[in-house]
Design a protein around this ligand. Sequence first.
Ligand SMILES: Nc1nc2c(ncn2[C@@H]2O[C@H](COP(=O)(O)OP(=O)(O)OP(=O)(O)O)[C@@H](O)[C@H]2O)c(=O)[nH]1
Ligand SMILES: [Mg+2]
Length: 602
Amino acid sequence: MYVVATAGHVDHGKSTLVRALTGMEPDRWAEEKRRGLTIDLGFAWTALPSGREVAFVDVPGHERFLSNMLAGLGPAPVACLVVAADEGWKPQSGDHRDAIAALGIEHGLIVITRADLVGQDGPDAAAERIRSVLDRIRAELAGTGLAGAPAVVVSAATGAGLEDLRQALDDVLAASGAPDAAGRVRLWVDRSFTVKGAGAVVTGTLAAGTLATGDRLDLLGAGEPRAVSIRALHSRNAPHGCLGPVNRVAVNLRGVDAETVHRGDALVTPGAWPLAAVVDVRRTTGESLAEAPAELLVHVGSATVPARVRPFDEGHARLTLERHLPLVPGDRLVLRDPGARTILGGVRVLDVGPPELTRRGDGTRRAVALAAMPDGADPLGEIARRGAVRAEDLDRLGLAVPPDAAGVRRLGEWWVHEPVLAGWCERVRAAATGLAERDPLAPGLSRGAALDLLSTPDPALLDAVVAEAGLVHDAGYLALPGAHRGLGVAEDAVAAVERRLAREPFGAPEGDELTALRLGARELAAAERLGRLLRLDGSVVLLPTAPALAMRELARLEQPFTTSQARQALGTTRRVAIPLLELLDARGWTRRLDAGHRKVVR
Ligand SMILES: Nc1nc2c(ncn2[C@@H]2O[C@H](COP(=O)(O)OP(=O)(O)OP(=O)(O)O)[C@@H](O)[C@H]2O)c(=O)[nH]1
Ligand SMILES: [Mg+2]
């Protein structure tokens, strides 16, 4: 299935042409039929000579319905620009050309219709007229994606040229390239209605991705995203279990009321798209952005959203949208002046999460940064600009890092720009080194201090950076590995305590002895971290071997034993014995039976 949107000035014969090609009536409304004027989108389909199925989205030509026209053309990959032979190029021919150019549509064809109306002065005059109309069309399309499009001359009234048109259309569609059936879904809703017994149905042009009954999707509109699921799928009035792109689809939804769904809402793969309300853009067609009105309408897909414009220069601006839209870099937006009915031009989305501009000169700097961004997908640029990007966020932006990419590194869930990583590593190493020099007793840089220092976007990323920087992470502290973490001036005092405890393992020095040795809490904590001493209750200092030695003595006692028996066996005081026994209990080496008794656990 292929989808083609019509385009062209009011009354130039778009609907008549669709009717002639498909045998179906694109003007659905009584008012349209009565007035002979298309107001809203019409849908019809047929098979081409090759068997290729094509659906038409027929748009209104009247300038009053430009929004409807853009809702039909926006999601369509191929356009059929219709110009009446008798009237030639007209103002809305120009508007629709501008829309095609703004949307970046590159596949399509030119149809000169109503050829029977230029035959009155003979075949030569008719041919001359058609040549001049086509010359004008070619001139007007110069520079657009349809500049080289094939042109066909037809009369829907006599049927002349229709076979050529079918063939030309077949050829254009054959060359239009395969859509991405495996991609994420972003179906812009163009209609929403209730079917009795089935509930809400929305329709749209599925440009990429595949839909299947039972699929869960998010419905994005003016409010919060809503979770919905597909109850049934239709295309060309027939049910399907599964539909791939490109297709006209009708989706019967569970979980929503048709009245609460509107044209411009989007059905999307859950979590697969970024939702953006502020986007930085580059002009692709039309007028300078510096002269753009401060408030305008943005058209994308079938949506029309008011936006404020902050121009940075002629070619770059920031758009602040009235609501969030599922947008990615590369998306094409059509800008329209709400006061006038014409199209101002088109822009390409460059950044869907641009930095806030708060300081003086930020706008000027942003203009320079935007000017440096390429038009195409730029995963490495995105990583470089942000320093670090979650891999899943890059996926959401539709950006894939090539396997041989240089200058970026994958750390866990993150892609990190190498210079940024190098900077982080250097800073955290410098901080750890500086701290070790200033305060040799310090356990290292605390993880919190490192987080503050680097302000990495995620604590998990800090851990990867720490490993990358060659630091070791121990109990919340980051330190240089193998760095001499000595005791400095406290070394001699600790050694004296060790000698004394070697002679008398349970004779913990008294507080005033420690003070005399200048061993305060910091020094003792450092000695403990280094595995030189063991502290009980903060002030009782023993060797780390003391618990095992104590067990040897206690095991010799008659079981169970009292605290006093234990104290005597160890040759120590209650000040030492009680915290030591509690430590043994905590380790599960002894068990406390009651207030006065313990036994050794064997
Ligand atoms: N003689 C002749 N008349 C045509 C031909 N095609 C369309 N018409 C007539 O031109 C008028 C407008 O045709 P439509 O098909 O409604 O034009 P449209 O482009 O769909 O108009 P809008 O949707 O309102 O923009 C109608 O009266 C048609 O009958 C043709 O090939 N020959
Ligand atoms: Mg029409």
